[in-house]
Design a binder for this molecule. Sequence first.
Ligand code: GRF
Length: 192
Amino acid sequence: MKKLVIFASGSGSNFQAIIDGIENGEINAQISGLISDRIASGASIRAKNHQIPFLEVTKKNPDQFLNIVSEQLAQWEPDLIVLAGFLRKVPDEIVNRYSGKIINIHPSLLPKYGGKGFYGLRVHEAVLESGDLITGCTVHFVNEEYDRGDIIMQQRVDVLENDTPEELAARVLKAEHQLLPAVINKLLKQLN
Ligand code: GRF
């Protein structure tokens, strides 16, 4: 059975979409564990509810963070690492060690509205300000640069007249919940 490790700091709704994908048979894998950089995040609570091991690493010191996370990953032996709303930059050492095996989900059609500072509602505010009629979400491989690794798959979402950033964010998030399990499924099959 292929093993996933999820990194998430926030509400964890994408993490939940992965849990659901496994429970309904769309994804043939198990989740070895969750890494969160916050205490009692929504994601940690979901892990607890589903008896998934989780590690909360709140250490600010980059070396400590690297050591703790590296050790945990060595134990969990992931085939694929999924960043699902993880706000801290993953250390380059880990990105290089698991090169081609770390993916991230981002709430825009990259390369648009990506990079430092583009997270949360800011992404959707920028889309609305631009006048773009289409936005969406992207799953991409992670490299050393924020949101700049190779794109694996995208899903488009229409921007509606009079959308607020919150309304647009909610529709994009729904699309994310479809896209992320589909990409995980595809990549795990390629690993076979
Ligand atoms: C999502 O919009 C994702 O694209 C971004 O962070 C958000 C996480 O949301 N990277 P959730 O915690 O999965 O609900």
